[in-house]
Ligand binder design. Structure first.
Ligand SMILES: NC(=O)c1ccc[n+]([C@@H]2O[C@H](COP(=O)([O-])OP(=O)(O)OC[C@H]3O[C@@H](n4cnc5c(N)ncnc54)[C@H](OP(=O)(O)O)[C@@H]3O)[C@@H](O)[C@H]2O)c1
Length: 408
């Protein structure tokens, strides 16, 4: 049925900060009316026309819908093989689109990093999507593609070297440069507001295996790092990585969904490196402080009002110059089954949250529409849904590298 659809993919939310970047990337890389058929979609015709005139041309079709009106979403979903969406916070505006895509057997990818919402989508839709062959793939941006595809790559190589998967992988952020958008900050805030109303949701945010299938939520991993410590493996002072709470759960879900190719005892963790010696220690404490303040800023508090004023509003984000000057560089410390340590690396050539993220999301959508992907459906993770096909695309088109060695 998918082969008869009018479009390969639709960018839902093309009028927002990130959606606009996805549309711009598609236009520059793939043009329009050539090999790839795609459309821009949102709720506001005149805003979409203005943005289309800035990033593409009038031959890109515009489609309208409303994220709170399921019939408009189903009408859109049945015209395309894939919808990629940047309409967030997903917990507020995303649920009906997932339902529409499952109902219409339309593959789906997004940039959600909202763990409690993803748990909801798994509970509501995994079985139906699995039964009718639809791939619903969350976390197709900086969270969590570099982590999820990074572990997938490292484990493939480990098996080739020793015949066994690595027993433990420690991801360390060696360097990253970029900025936050208003939409992302709003999504973070939405998770905290939800958890304040229903305290049981804190369990979903904190428990290491909370995105795993029910009955498979136990394992050797503990809660993500909460403080500054010295890390013997990387010989650096390390502090908490803000995205670890999402990424580590996605990696564990990948392992479970794929039938434990990394082993049932596989351990995974993430943190940020700050350097060695007293300078490293000082840097780690200084970097951990703003994160602590954001997490302490409870809804309605004075601290939250102060933080809100500093952060960007929805629709705002880092400039083109900042995106182009940005990058990320992640190290993967792989402890192999024979006890040896092998260091791997994943890098990106733009700022993580937007310049790189828009390419990762666009390439995920094309991969779902076009490539030969693993024969599995449901509410999936990037590596399980797309495997080697995505790994190739990310390296060929999205400016990501996956390699070994400590240099750089
Ligand atoms: N995982 C990652 O690495 C990553 C990176 C970047 C962003 N994100 C996530 O992506 C999402 C978007 O971020 P952003 O900065 O691009 O946000 P944004 O600029 O505020 O854009 C939000 C989009 O949602 C649309 N929208 C809102 N309500 C709607 C409705 N009822 N019907 C249809 N469309 C509606 C807006 O349309 P209008 O233009 O008409 O208002 C806009 O296009 C956030 O959830 C953010 O967390 C994740």
């Amino acid at each position: 049925m998918q082969n008869t659809r009018e479009f390969d993919l639709i960018v839902w939310g093309a009028s927002g900060f990130t959606g606009r970047l996805v549309a711009e990337y598609l236009y520059q890389k793939y043009g329009v009316g050539k090999d790839l058929s795609w459309a821009m979609a949102g709720r506001n015709q005149s805003k979409l026309e203005r943005i289309r005139s800035e990033v593409a041309d009038a031959s890109v079709p515009i489609l309208l819908g409303d994220s709170l009106d399921q019939s408009s979403l189903e009408a859109m979903a049945k015209r395309t093989k894939v919808i990629c969406t940047t309409v967030g916070p997903y917990g507020k505006y995303g649920s009906k689109l997932v339902a529409a895509c499952v109902a219409q057997q339309t593959h789906y990818c997004d940039l959600a990093g909202e763990v409690t919402w993803m748990r909801d989508m798994i509970d509501q839709h995994h079985a139906a999507a699995q039964a009718n062959g639809t791939k619903i793939v969350h976390t197709c941006g900086f969270d969590s593609i570099p982590s999820d595809m990074g572990v997938y790559f490292m484990q493939t190589q480990a098996r080739e070297k020793t015949g066994e998967p690595a027993t433990q992988i420690k991801m360390r952020v060696r360097g990253a440069k970029g900025g936050l958008s208003g939409g992302t900050y709003a999504s973070l805030g939405n998770e905290i507001v939800k958890a304040e109303k229903d305290k049981s949701l804190y369990g979903v945010l904190i428990k290491p295996y909370s995105l795993n299938p029910k009955g498979e939520q136990e394992g050797p991993d503990k809660r993500d790092l909460q403080k500054v410590v010295y890390d013997e493996t990387s010989q650096n002072w390390i502090f908490p990585f803000i995205m670890a709470t999402i990424n580590t759960k996605v990696v564990r879900r990948s392992n479970a969904l794929a039938g434990y190719p990394y082993g049932k005892d596989f351990q995974y963790e993430e943190a940020t490196m700050a350097g060695d010696g007293w300078q490293g220690k000082l840097k780690a404490y200084a970097a951990a402080l703003p994160m602590g303040l954001i997490s302490m800023a409870k809804p309605g508090s004075l601290l939250k009002k102060v933080v809100d004023r500093i952060m960007p509003d929805p629709g705002e984000g880092p400039s083109k110059a900042k995106r182009e000057a940005g990058y990320f560089n992640l190290r993967f410390y792989n402890i192999l089954s024979d006890g040896s340590l092998v260091v791997g690396k994943v890098t990106g050539d733009r700022d993580p949250g937007y310049g790189s993220t828009c390419k990762m999301l666009a390439e995920s959508a094309i991969c779902l529409a076009r490539d030969n992907t693993p024969d599995i459906a449901g509410v999936l993770t990037p590596s399980v849904a797309m495997g080697d096909a995505l790994l190739e695309r990310l390296q060929a088109n999205a400016g990501l590298t996956f390699s070994f060695g400590k240099d750089g």
